[in-house]
Design a protein around this ligand. Structure first.
Ligand code: ZN
Ligand code: ZN
Length: 630
């Protein structure tokens, strides 16, 4: 996000001391008005020719307008040609050319023009300096920027606000926080726009506490400033703090705009905060916040990631116009909820509507095929990428196909598919195959795949966990333990399991065997009761899902405290009978929890929706929407 605080109006910057004769002045006005009426690039050369015929080609006022016209019409080459014919360009003409290069994206050329100006003993003013600093900021030309800063100090321009803002922007973007801080601290009154630039820059570099520090000290925070803070928190994974900031913004009576609501909705999506997400939706309606593609897409993502796919479809239906990304969001949502056929129909509708699917669309739709085990259809769509849509498959698309083959139990075929690929496989793809080897109990291939992963140094903690699971599920405890030991040595700790549940607009977080929740005693009591009841329903804790070779009773103990179980027990205690429980899990649900949750849904008569790393599970009356295929 960039915050442009100033608009440089060069017209007003002209000296008023030159007094042209009345007739000249009349001609000049006519020429300038002719230039200003110009709408097309082809009109420039004839006008330029006329200017030369009228001997106006050295008139700075006329040439200035002409240069501006060229850069507005994206004709920087012609502007350069005109500029080269000026005998003694003044600072305004230099600035017009620098501006032209900046708006065409040629930042280094802009800096070069500035240097030529300074070397030609034309003294830069506020406007020239602001323009070249803009170029330095966009082009991340830190050293050149420092040079300009030195000139700024020498020329006494450092009190100018636009100049300071651009310096701040440059240092902030480059992560030069000591310099940025110095410029910022010299600005009077804790300027809110400057504070916003500082907040965004700190957040870009992950320095979230520094960003909060600036935010807390900023005076009269406006929507843009609040939004920068919320956006920074979201981008740094501080979702709860982002939502807290949003609530504070409400208390401060600052109205959010569409950027703010998109940030907040993405935090809700991440946390599974459906109630807050709904509230934001009603807020959008109530306060007429522009319902554009981006807001619509954010709402679809929020509803589908918070487990309410019907509401996501309703938002999609209400959108007046839909672009490719709206369809992509909807296809992804349907796929995550196991509605593979609907996702594919959505894809076909999109094509019928004349929209061109992009590379991301194919990742989503192939994922849908994979979740639904739709092997034939998956390959048909995969081949259509090159044959019909002219899109070259990337590693992600190949990954979807490997996943699809693996889930369908075609393990050797998946292995050969990888071998035939024109590119090297990545660890995600090999991890998917490894996981399929585990599910289908193919230890031999599992070992081959892990070896490739470990040998090319591509094994992350997930790979080691999977490999040790492959061993553990076939009873080879010694190997499983060895892999875990290697994992510790290699410094790849297992990602801790974590579950979230929203109760009364508040997100409660549980870790494996968590004992920190204020209601922990009731939660564990509920869990003990449940396990007792479940056993009379025929529930037998599976032993394959634990890694260590420990006594069976201990295994049962370790299993019983997976974080999703704690979250569900808390949900059962804290909500009214019949309320749907929605859990967000950071890892894939293990098979033991999966069968346990099915039974919990049955005996408590609740709907339980669990989002894990890959997809949604809707548990109801003893069955899951994934049909035990995940
Ligand atoms: Zn589990
Ligand atoms: Zn399931």
């Amino acid at each position: 996000m960039s915050y442009s605080a100033t608009t440089v109006t060069l017209n007003s910057a002209f000296p008023r001391n030159s007094k042209p004769k009345a007739k000249d002045s009349q001609n000049r006005r006519e020429t300038i008005s002719l230039i200003q009426k110009c709408k097309h690039i082809h009109q420039i050369p004839p006008i330029h020719a006329k200017i030369i015929r009228n001997f106006e080609d050295q008139d700075p006022f006329v040439v200035f307008e002409l240069l501006r016209l060229c850069s507005n019409l994206n004709s920087i080459d012609y502007a350069t040609k005109i500029f080269q014919q000026i005998q003694t360009p003044n600072v305004y003409l230099y600035t017009a050319l620098i501006d032209g290069f900046v708006s065409s994206g040629f930042y280094l050329d802009a800096i070069r023009v500035y240097c030529r100006m300074v070397n030609g003993f034309v003294s830069p003013d506020n406007y020239a300096v602001t323009s070249v600093l803009k170029a330095c900021g966009f082009g991340l030309a830190l050293e050149e920027g420092r040079g300009v800063h030195a000139q700024v100090l020498k020329l006494g321009l450092s009190s100018n606000r636009s100049v300071r803002m651009k310096l701040l922007d440059l240092y902030g973007k480059s992560g030069e926080f000591e310099c940025a801080r110095r410029v910022f601290d010299e600005m009077p009154d804790r300027d809110v726009v400057a504070s916003t630039v500082m907040i965004s820059s700190y957040a870009d570099y992950g320095l979230i506490d520094e960003a909060i520090g600036v935010f807390n000290r900023a005076r009269s925070k406006d929507t843009v400033c609040w939004t920068a803070m919320i956006d920074g928190l979201v981008r740094n994974g501080e979702m709860n703090r982002a939502l807290e900031a949003f609530r504070e913004m409400q208390r401060d009576n600052v109205r959010p705009n569409e950027v703010t609501v998109v940030c907040v909705l993405s935090a809700c999506s991440y946390l599974g905060a459906l109630e807050l997400g709904r509230w934001v939706h009603s807020y959008i309606d109530k306060y007429d916040i522009e319902f554009n593609y981006i807001v619509g897409g954010a709402l679809i993502n929020m509803y589908s990631r918070c487990g309410d796919i019907d509401e996501a479809l309703a938002v999609f239906g209400k959108m007046k116009e839909r672009d490719v990304s709206s369809y992509n969001s909807m296809i992804e949502g349907l796929a995550m909820h196991g509605k593979s056929m609907e996702a594919i129909q959505m894809f076909q509708t999109m094509i019928k509507q004349g929209l061109r699917p992009n590379s991301i669309t194919f990742v989503k739709v192939l994922n849908a095929c994979s979740h639904g085990g739709l092997l034939g259809l998956g390959f048909q769509i995969f081949h259509s990428m090159t044959n019909i849509h002219g899109i070259q498959p990337q590693i992600e698309h190949y990954g979807c196909m490997v996943d699809l083959l693996g889930r369908s139990g075609q393990l050797e075929e998946a292995y050969n598919f990888i071998a035939r690929m024109k590119m090297a496989p990545d660890h995600i793809m090999l991890g998917a195959l490894l996981s399929a080897c585990k599910i289908h109990g193919n230890l031999e291939l599992g070992e081959r795949v892990s070896e490739i992963l470990v040998n090319c140094g591509n094994a992350d903690s997930g790979t080691y966990v999977l490999l040790s699971n492959v061993y553990a599920s076939s009873g080879r405890w010694k190997e499983a333990a060895q892999v875990r030991a290697e994992m510790k040595e290699g410094g790849t700790p297992k990602e801790p399991g974590c579950s979230l549940i929203e109760v009364n607009n508040e997100i409660h977080k549980f870790l494996l065997g968590d004992l920190r929740h204020p209601k922990r005693e009731e939660i564990y009591k509920k869990l003990t009761e449940l396990i007792h009841e479940l056993k009379s329903e025929g529930y037998l804790p599976a032993t394959e899902a634990v890694l260590h070779d420990i006594e069976d009773t201990q295994k049962e103990l370790a299993l019983s405290i997976h974080s999703e179980r704690l979250a569900i027990c808390y949900g059962l205690i804290a909500t009214k009978q019949g309320t749907t429980l929605r859990i967000v899990n950071n890892l894939r649900v293990c098979s033991d929890c999966h069968s346990m949750i099915k039974l919990i849904a049955k005996i408590t008569n609740r709907k339980i929706v669990v989002r894990d790393r890959n997809r949604f599970h809707h548990f109801e009356s003893g069955v899951c929407s994934c049909a035990d295929y995940w």
